[in-house]
Ligand binder design. Structure first.
Ligand SMILES: Cc1cc2nc3c(=O)[nH]c(=O)nc-3n(C[C@H](O)[C@H](O)[C@H](O)COP(=O)(O)OP(=O)(O)OC[C@H]3O[C@@H](n4cnc5c(N)ncnc54)[C@H](O)[C@@H]3O)c2cc1C
Length: 441
C-alpha cells in the first residue's frame, strides 16, 4: 500500500492530523490497533484545545453531544477551605482577553467521534498494529509494517510516518528517535476511575475541573463527564502507594476520603462505575523526535505532569501544525536536509517547555505561584493555562518562573535542549527509559 502520510495511532492526535492533512489535500492512512470505542484517560480540555476543535468546524457537534462545558478549574488548598479559580480565557485580535469555554469528554465517545470524522473527511482507516518502521539504507523512514487482525502482514509505504501512538511511543521503542528519558516527578503514579453520586457545583461552574491539593506530588482530580458521571483520580509518589499495601480500589476509595476535606465532602457517597486503573511512571521525553521521513506527535514524544490538562491540546494542536509542515515538505521544503523537520521540533519543544516550567513552579514554589496567578502576572498566567505557548513568549511571568527555578533554557543545540523533565531538573541524573514492548517479528 502507498500513501502520502501513514499515521500510527487513531487517537485525538492522529485523527486531528488526518483531518488537517486532508484539508491540505494530503492523503493519509491511519493504523489503529484498538477497536473504537475504547476507554482512555485524559478527559479535560484546555481552552486552546477547544480552539482546535472550533477550527476543525466541530463546535456544533461537540455541543450537540452535550459534553460538559468547562469554563475553568478550581484548585483547593490542603485545608479545603481556600481555593483559587482559573477561568478559561481566549484572546481576540487585539490581544484582549475574553471569557471562553472548552469541554470535558468521555474519551471513548470523543475519540470515536474524531476518528469517524477523520474517515468521513477522507482518511483511510487500517485496523491493525504497526509492528515496525520501514527504514531505508540511508536511514530515512519510508513507512511501516502492519499486522492486521487476521494475523497477515502488510507494508504501508509513505513519504512521512507520523507517530501518534501515545504512550506506546512506537518510533522511540523501535530506536528510530533519540533516547527517551524518564521524568522525575518523584515517580508518580495515577490511580483513577469514574463515579456517580458526587456533589457538583451548580450554575456556570457545573462542568468545571476541580483539583484537590494535599502536598507536593500528592493531589486528586474531579472532572464532570456527564450529568451523572465524574472522573476521579489520585496522583501520588509510587513509594507512598506501595507503603499502603492496599489494592488499587481500596487505595483510591480511601484516598478520596482522606486527601482533602473538600474532596471528602464532594465524594462522601459515591459508587464506582468503571474499573480502577493505574498508570505508573508516566512522564517522559523523547529527544530527536523528528527526522528524515518521520515525526512524533503528542504523547508519542513527550508527556508532562497532567495536573493542568494539557495532553489533548498538545496532541491535537501538534496535529494541526504537523499538517502545515508536512505540506511544505511534500512541496519540496527541506527535502534534502538531514532532518527536514528540525525547526518544527524546536518550535514544539519551546512551547512544551513553557508548560513544564509553569508546572514545576507550581510544585516547587506554591506561594510564589499563587502570587503570580492572582496578582502579579494574572493575564500572562491565564495565557499559559489556556495553552498560548508561543505568541508573546517568553513572557515576564515565564522569565520570573525560570529565575525562581534557576533554569536556563538554551535552544542553540538541536537535540540537546530541554532535557530532562521534572522539577528537580538534573540532566546528569535523568534516567534513560528502556523499551520493553518492542515488536520486531
Ligand atoms: C493520569 C492521566 C491523566 C490525564 N489527564 C488529562 C486531562 O485531564 N486532559 C488532557 O488533555 N490530557 C490528560 N492526560 C493526557 C492524555 O491522556 C493524552 O495526552 C492524550 O490522550 C494524548 O493523545 P494522543 O492522540 O497523542 O494519544 P492516545 O490518545 O494515547 O492515542 C494513541 C492511539 O494509538 C494507538 N496505538 C498505539 N500503538 C499503536 C501501534 N503500534 N499500532 C497501531 N495503533 C497504535 C492506541 O491504540 C491509541 O488509540 C492524562 C494522562 C494521564 C496519564
Amino acid at each position: 500500500m502507498n500513501t502520502d502520510v501513514v499515521i500510527v495511532g487513531g487517537g485525538p492526535g492522529g485523527a486531528t492530523a488526518a483531518m488537517f492533512l486532508k484539508h491540505e489535500g494530503i492523503q493519509s492512512i491511519i493504523v489503529e490497533k484498538e477497536e473504537f470505542p475504547r476507554y482512555h484517560i485524559g478527559e479535560s480540555m484546555s481552552g486552546e484545545a477547544g480552539g482546535v476543535l472550533r477550527r476543525l468546524g466541530l463546535e456544533a457537534e461537540m455541543l450537540s453531544r452535550r459534553h460538559p462545558v468547562k469554563r475553568g478549574l478550581t484548585v483547593y488548598g490542603p485545608s479545603g477551605k481556600t481555593s483559587w479559580f482559573v477561568p478559561v480565557m481566549a484572546r481576540d485580535n487585539n490581544w484582549e482577553l475574553y471569557p471562553q469555554s472548552t469541554w470535558q469528554v468521555h474519551r471513548q465517545d470523543f475519540d470515536k467521534m474524531m476518528l469517524d470524522e477523520a474517515v468521513a473527511r477522507g482518511a483511510t482507516l487500517l485496523p491493525g498494529r504497526a509492528t515496525r518502521p520501514l527504514v531505508g539504507d540511508d536511514g530515512a523512514v519510508r513507512g511501516v509494517e502492519v499486522r492486521l487482525a487476521d494475523g497477515s502482514m502488510v507494508e504501508v509505504a509513505a513519504d512521512v510516518v507520523l507517530d501518534c501512538s501515545g504512550q506506546n511511543t512506537f518510533l522511540a521503542n523501535a530506536g528510530v528517535t533519540g533516547p527517551k528519558y524518564l521524568g522525575s516527578y518523584d515517580k508518580q503514579i495515577a490511580i483513577f476511575s469514574q463515579v456517580v453520586g458526587a456533589i457538583r457545583d451548580e450554575g456556570p461552574k457545573y462542568g468545571d475541573t476541580l483539583i484537590f491539593y494535599q502536598q507536593k506530588y500528592h493531589w486528586s482530580w474531579f472532572i464532570p463527564l456527564d450529568d451523572e458521571t465524574v472522573s476521579v483520580g489520585v496522583v501520588i509518589p509510587s513509594a507512598y502507594f506501595l507503603d499502603k499495601k492496599e489494592s488499587k480500589r481500596d487505595f483510591l476509595l480511601r484516598e478520596l476520603q482522606e486527601i482533602n476535606p473538600e474532596c471528602q465532602r464532594r465524594l462522601a457517597e459515591i459508587e464506582l462505575v468503571e474499573d480502577v486503573r493505574v498508570i505508573p511512571n508516566y512522564s517522559y521525553q523523547v529527544q530527536g523526535f523528528t527526522g528524515k521521513g518521520f515525526m512524533c506527535l503528542g504523547d508519542a514524544h513527550r508527556f508532562i505532569d497532567p495536573i493542568f490538562s494539557f495532553g489533548l491540546y498538545l496532541s491535537m494542536w501538534e496535529g494541526e501544525r504537523a499538517a502545515q509542515v508536512i505540506k511544505g515538505y511534500l512541496n519540496g521544503a527541506n527535502r534534502d536536509a538531514a532532518n527536514p523537520f528540525t525547526e518544527h521540533e524546536l518550535f514544539l519543544e519551546k512551547g512544551i517547555d513553557v508548560l513544564e516550567d509553569m508546572i514545576d513552579t507550581f510544585w516547587e514554589y506554591p506561594l510564589a505561584f499563587a502570587l503570580f496567578m492572582h496578582q502579579r502576572y494574572r493575564e500572562l498566567m491565564l495565557d499559559i493555562f489556556a495553552g498560548r505557548l508561543h505568541e508573546r513568549q517568553p513572557s515576564e511571568a515565564l522569565l520570573e518562573m525560570r529565575r525562581l527555578l534557576k533554569r536556563e533554557r538554551g535552544y542553540d543545540k538541536p537535540g540537546e535542549y530541554s532535557v530532562p523533565i521534572g522539577s528537580r531538573y538534573r540532566p546528569e541524573r535523568a534516567p534513560i527509559w528502556v523499551a520493553t514492548d518492542v515488536e520486531y517479528d
